[in-house]
Design a protein around this ligand. Structure first.
Ligand SMILES: *[C@@H]1O[C@H](CO)[C@@H](O)[C@H](O)[C@H]1NC(C)=O
Ligand SMILES: *[C@@H]1O[C@H](CO)[C@@H](O)[C@H](O)[C@H]1NC(C)=O
Ligand SMILES: *[C@@H]1O[C@H](CO)[C@@H](O)[C@H](O)[C@H]1NC(C)=O
Ligand SMILES: *[C@@H]1O[C@H](CO)[C@@H](O)[C@H](O)[C@H]1NC(C)=O
Length: 497
């Protein structure tokens, strides 16, 4: 698994092994000892580290098929891409992050569906057979659903609190040289409890527990309300046409999802009811089976593993993953005509800061929801799919799609823009330096398909600026697309100093 090449890596891997063994020993309900998920050592990149460590990531891993209901994972790609160290001679002088909140319990709406199913099974008062027999002696993963729904998980290796804190530590490891010597660093969260708490845990990991008292950092909370117009982190909440358009707006996601659920789920229900001798239960609806698949992810987030994960085949999981990709694609991705204009707002504001460079501030960290990250991905065109966009089929799963979101928008998923300054050989620039942009998605450098001529497949900043301007004419103006008449403004809060 690990290609251990240094004494440090050896010590770290032994520690991880001890921690994971004692974790499983203390958790008798864990069905089996599995190799624990842990970040690869590459993610703990430190500018002063020397030597290479490597890992192998081509095993089939359930965490890569949970479509956003699973724990934070590193992005994987078939393509070989550069490591996290800056290209030779370059320095990172500014960093921007937009991050989804950390691991959470189900939302109230998903959680209520789970409880309704469990209740129906309980009231049927039957002994379950086959792979569902674990349910004869299983409890839901929270005793206090009304309190826990929508909130960060606080237990297991995948606790949202832990993930957010350790991301702060990881970022300090990687970007510590960007910490200003004086003054307060602002960071931003949209106004939702789990998002705010994620930012707070992150800040504690990055700036230290006393970040607020010492005024090293200050968290600004941006309301998710409609009247913010374009001055928002959550454009899906401020775009009236998107909210109201039943055919092409927000609800297009669940509508398209339902079409595909009807393609892949009936055969699973048939298997669980008939082949596994559970006919006394009568039936399982599409939403009930889908809820069972959701529970695999959510139970894992609070308990570390889940028996729900084992009752489905790899093919069932590939279909679930595709179902989740479809909801994102049509709710706030390339299949939604509002998404690009929504995501362009943050992209434009950030591009302005990239142009200004480190004098405008060295770090900009924002915390939001997955429904705000999909529009940004769309505006950036980083997962552009010339074959399918803007119609991803709902009649069957397409394996050759580019739009795979499980390792882009998992819980805690984040997109990071790194501004690089590199020496240039061209005589045109008297400073002898040129700025580039590199995009890091969940600790994987992801080259922009349309711009990667810079060092380490980065994009010359000038070209990126042109692309962002061109995208504006393609995705349209936020106010017009959203049917807003008054001046909608622009993002004003993203600034330091
Ligand atoms: C049900 O699970 C609990 C906790 O794991 C265990 O103590 C108990 O023996 C189990 N009961 C049955 C009937 O398997
Ligand atoms: C279902 O019941 C039949 C007949 O009793 C049995 O042969 C079969 O093994 C059972 N299947 C499962 C999955 O329990
Ligand atoms: C499970 O199998 C038992 C024994 O065959 C049967 O009595 C029971 O009804 C089955 N459970 C369901 C849910 O069909
Ligand atoms: C785009 O960003 C610039 C700052 O770089 C700002 O002046 C402008 O108003 C923004 N435009 C929109 C439409 O958000």
């Amino acid at each position: 698994m690990l290609n251990v090449t240094s004494p440090w890596a050896l010590i770290l891997s032994l520690l991880t092994a001890i921690v994971s063994i004692s974790y499983y020993n203390n958790n008798p309900s864990a069905p089996e000892i599995r190799s624990p998920h842990c970040a690869s050592w590459n993610a703990w990149y430190n500018p002063l580290r020397s030597g290479q460590v490597g890992y192998q990531a081509n095993d089939w891993n359930i965490l890569y098929h949970l479509g956003g209901n699973g724990p934070w994972i590193e992005k994987i790609d078939e393509l070989e891409t550069p490591g996290l160290e800056p290209p030779k001679g370059c320095v990172i002088d500014q960093v921007h992050m937009i991050s989804r909140h950390g691991e959470r319990y189900p939302t109230k709406s998903a959680g209520s569906r789970h409880l309704a199913l469990l209740n129906r099974i309980k009231e049927a008062n039957v002994v379950l057979n086959g792979s569902l027999s674990f349910l004869n002696n299983w409890t839901y993963f929270t005793d206090e659903p009304q309190k826990d729904f929508d909130q960060l998980t606080k237990t297991s290796p995948y606790a949202g609190t832990l993930q957010a804190f350790s991301t702060g530590v990881r970022f300090l490891t990687r970007y510590g040289h960007l910490l200003p010597l004086h003054g307060t660093t602002r960071l931003w969260a949209s106004e939702c409890n789990r998002v705010i708490e994620t930012a707070q845990h992150f800040a504690s990991g990055f700036f230290g527990l006393d970040w607020e008292k010492t005024e090293k950092a200050a968290l600004e909370i941006i309301p998710e309300t409609l009247e913010r117009g374009a001055d928002t982190l959550t454009p899906g909440d401020t775009c009236p046409k998107y909210i109201e358009d039943p055919a092409k707006g927000h609800d297009n996601g669940v509508n398209m999802l339902a079409l595909f659920q009807d393609v892949y789920i009936p055969a699973i229900a048939e298997r669980l009811i008939n082949d596994e001798n559970n006919s006394a239960l009568g039936y399982l609806t599409n939403l009930e089976v889908y809820g069972m698949q959701e529970m695999c992810g959510f139970e894992t987030l609070s308990r570390g593993s889940s028996p729900w994960c084992d009752i489905f085949t790899h093919d069932d999981w590939e279909n679930f993953e595709y179902a989740r990709d479809l909801i994102h694609y049509y709710r706030a991705g390339p299949g939604n005509p509002y998404a690009g204009a929504m995501g362009w707002l943050w992209l434009n504001a950030t591009t302005g800061l990239l142009r200004s460079g480190p004098e405008a501030g060295t770090m900009f960290f924002s915390f939001v929801h997955d429904g705000d990250i999909a529009p940004l991905v769309t505006a950036m065109d980083i997962l552009k799919d010339p074959k399918y966009d803007p119609f991803l089929p709902t009649t069957h799963r397409v394996e050759d799609r580019v739009w795979r979101t499980s390792s882009v928008m998992p819980m805690g998923g984040r997109i990071v823009f790194e501004r690089l300054t590199c020496p240039t050989s061209s005589a045109k620039d008297p400073s002898g330096e040129e700025a580039f942009l590199r995009v890091n998605i969940n600790d994987k450098i992801v080259p922009l398909p349309y711009c990667k001529s810079g060092p380490g497949l980065s994009c010359p900043l000038k070209e990126f600026v042109d692309h962002v301007e061109r995208r504006r004419s393609e995705v349209g103006d936020f106010g017009e697309v959203c049917g807003l008449e008054k001046d909608v403004g622009y993002i004003t809060f993203l600034r330091q100093g």
